[in-house]
Design a protein around this ligand. Sequence first.
Ligand SMILES: Nc1ncnc2c1ncn2[C@@H]1O[C@H](COP(=O)(O)OP(=O)(O)OP(=O)(O)O)[C@@H](O)[C@H]1O
Length: 276
Amino acid sequence: MIVKRVKTGIPGMDEILYGGIPERNVVLLSGGPGTGKTIFSQQYLWYGLQHGEPGIYVALEEHPVQVRRNMLQFGWDVRKYEKKGMFAIIDAFTGGIGEAAKREKYVVRDPTDVHMLIDVIKEAIRDTGAKRGAVDSVSTLYLTKPVVARSVVMNLKRVLSGLGVTSILVSQVSATERGFGGPGVEHAADGIIRMDLDEYDGELYRSLIVWKMRGTKHDMRRHPFDITDKGIIVYYDKVLRIRGGRAYIEPLPEKVVKEMEEAAKKTEDVFGEEEE
Ligand SMILES: Nc1ncnc2c1ncn2[C@@H]1O[C@H](COP(=O)(O)OP(=O)(O)OP(=O)(O)O)[C@@H](O)[C@H]1O
């Protein structure tokens, strides 16, 4: 059986995922502060829009106005897609307070009420026909009540996956924490991508690793990545190794690189055939 995949469109990432995220998967994108989670999730949505796939972005940490402004910095002007009805930002930040919030179409009046949030998400998915989704961040929903973490994620998963959306749930962990967001959440998610920013020998290094991804083979190495003014670039052909407290970025064997490239290319072929 061919697994239908959704390409992240982030350069280098689909090679690591052997083609992309299996359709309808709910992926936990976890990492410490400033590791690039927000940019990753926005780039994923932007790529979809460029290829005719509608999306939704659930803003729990930032004002929708700020979200648009941040995306614009990378050249991702989402306003025209919002006007076309292909993209929706769900305001789960302002609670509808303030002049700017009054102009938002999708507002969660009480962001602490998960059922209310889910109703607005459903409405936005139906209106836009979303195929891609991002929730930034899901941790906000259970920061003060960790016992409900699993049920919150399961509820989101039911709705997102059930309506055919392949989604990224941003999960905030502290810089030194080894986990991904708590046991309930980690097991409920179909995939986990961990983003890191670590200091070695007086310098910060960005890297990411795919910890799990149901429905596909994926590379198991820690790959370096960069954030540029065009977004994230992942070096799928390189590995970050730590020896004696120092970081080394080393090239991977050609055979390994080729295998990833071929798998990523195949996904394009599958979509190509289906579109005809
Ligand atoms: N134009 C740019 N060029 C290079 N790096 C950038 C650019 N814009 C932002 N960054 C980097 O991206 C980081 C912020 O990334 P992002 O907001 O995605 O992090 P995050 O993981 O969502 O963090 P948090 O959990 O704290 O919200 C900044 O700290 C900066 O290092």
